[in-house]
Design a protein around this ligand. Structure first.
Ligand SMILES: Nc1nc2c(ncn2[C@@H]2O[C@H](COP(=O)(O)OP(=O)(O)OP(=O)(O)O)[C@@H](O)[C@H]2O)c(=O)[nH]1
Ligand SMILES: [Mg+2]
Length: 305
C-alpha cells in the first residue's frame, strides 16, 4: 500500500502561544537584547516571523543551537549568511556547553553603545537583561542553564515544557526564559514538516507514519548515504517510494507483526527518533540560498553509486 504522505496539513498554534507572543510584546522594551534561538539543522524554518516582528525594537542576536546535531560546514555557511545580512549570529551547543562564551562576546558587541553609555554614567554594574526566545524544544531553557552554569530552568526533550516567563540571574546578566512559540500560518508544509522532524510540534498531533515518510523522502534527496549505512540498504531499496522504504527498514529491524506484516508505526517511530538523536550522523535539513554559498560548499549533497 502506498500512503498519501501529504494528506494532513500540520498546524499547531494553541492559545498559550498567542498569549506568550503578547507577553513578549509587553516585556521586550524592558530588556536590552533579544536572543533568537534557531535550530542549527533548520535555521530558516525555525525563524519565527512573529518573534522577528516583536524583537525589532531591540538589538537582536541569532543563536544557532544544537549545532552538535547539524553538519558543521553547513552551519558555518548559515552563520556567514546571517552575518552578511548584517545580523549578529553565533553557533553553539547548549547541551555540550559549547559556544556560551561566544554568545557573551556577541552580546557585548551588540550592546557596545549601551555599555559605553553605562560606563559614562557609572552604571556599568547594572545587569544586562536578555530575552531568550525561539520555537518549542529549541533548547532555550538548556541554554539558560548553560549560561548560568547551573540547572535553573526546567528542560525536557519535548515541546511545551516552559509554561510561563521566568527570570534567571547569572552573574552580570538577567535572562528571561520564555515558553516556545510557533506562528499561525507556516509559509509552506516544508517548513511545517521540518519543525515536526526536529520535535518542535507536539508528536501526539502528528501522524508518525506520514512524518517518517516525509523525513525519508527528504533524506533520500539529501543524505542518501547516511540512510544506506544506517539501515543496510542497497540502491534498489533506496529508490523505493518512502512508504515502501519504511517497510523495508521495518523488515530489516525485525519489526514484524502476525502474518509477517511489517509494523510500520514502530518503524516510523524508530526512523524519527534516530534522526532526532543524530544516529544517522550530523544532518542539516536546510542550506542557505544557493547564491549565498561560498564556492565549494556542497554540504549534504551526496552521490549514490
Ligand atoms: N543535542 C543537543 N540537544 C540539546 C541542545 N540544547 C538543548 N537540547 C535538548 O533539547 C531538549 C529541549 O531542551 P529545552 O531547553 O527544554 O528546550 P526549550 O526551548 O526550553 O523548550 P520549551 O520550553 O518546551 O519551549 C532537551 O532534551 C535538551 O537536552 C543542544 O545544543 N544539543
Ligand atoms: Mg523551556
Amino acid at each position: 500500500m502506498s500512503e498519501n504522505i501529504n494528506h494532513k496539513q500540520i498546524h499547531w498554534f494553541p492559545g498559550h502561544m498567542m498569549k506568550t507572543l503578547r507577553v513578549m510584546e509587553q516585556s521586550v522594551r524592558g530588556v536590552d537584547v533579544v536572543l533568537e534561538l534557531l535550530d542549527a539543522r533548520i535555521p530558516h524554518s525555525s525563524l519565527n516571523p512573529e518573534v522577528e516582528r516583536i524583537a525589532r525594537v531591540r538589538p537582536r542576536l541569532y543563536v544557532l543551537n544544537k549545532s552538535d546535531l547539524a553538519d558543521p560546514e553547513i552551519t558555518r555557511c548559515w552563520v556567514d549568511y546571517y552575518r552578511r545580512g548584517g545580523n549578529g549570529c553565533v553557533a553553539i551547543s547548549s547541551k555540550q556547553r559549547a559556544g556560551i562564551g561566544d554568545v557573551k562576546k556577541a552580546i557585548d558587541r551588540e550592546l557596545a553603545d549601551l555599555l559605553a553609555r553605562r560606563t559614562e554614567k557609572g552604571t556599568l554594574g547594572a545587569a544586562i537583561r536578555i530575552m531568550v526566545t525561539g520555537i518549542p524544544n529549541v533548547g532555550k531553557s538548556t541554554f539558560i542553564n548553560s549560561f548560568a552554569g547551573a540547572a535553573r530552568a526546567q528542560t525536557a526533550d519535548r515541546p511545551g515544557v516552559t509554561r510561563g516567563k521566568q527570570w534567571v540571574r547569572a552573574g552580570g546578566y538577567d535572562l528571561l526564559d520564555m515558553p516556545g512559540v510557533l506562528w499561525k500560518k507556516f509559509e509552506n508544509q516544508t517548513v511545517a514538516s521540518n519543525l515536526a522532524f526536529i520535535g518542535s510540534i507536539r508528536d501526539d498531533i502528528l501522524d508518525v507514519e506520514a512524518l517518517a515518510c516525509n523525513l525519508l523522502a527528504q533524506l533520500q534527496q539529501t543524505a542518501a548515504l547516511r540512510l544506506i549505512e544506517r539501515y543496510k540498504l542497497d540502491g534498489d531499496d533506496l529508490a523505493q517510494e518512502p512508504y515502501e522504504l519504511l517497510e523495508t527498514i521495518g523488515r530489516r529491524r525485525g519489526m514484524l507483526m502476525s502474518g509477517g506484516v511489517v509494523n510500520t508505526e514502530r518503524a516510523a517511530v524508530t526512523v524519527v527518533d534516530e534522526f532526532r538523536d543524530s544516529k544517522l550522523g550530523r544532518i542539516s535539513l536546510e542550506q542557505p540560498p544557493r547564491e549565498e554559498l561560498p564556492a565549494g560548499a556542497d554540504g549534504e549533497a551526496e552521490a549514490v553509486q
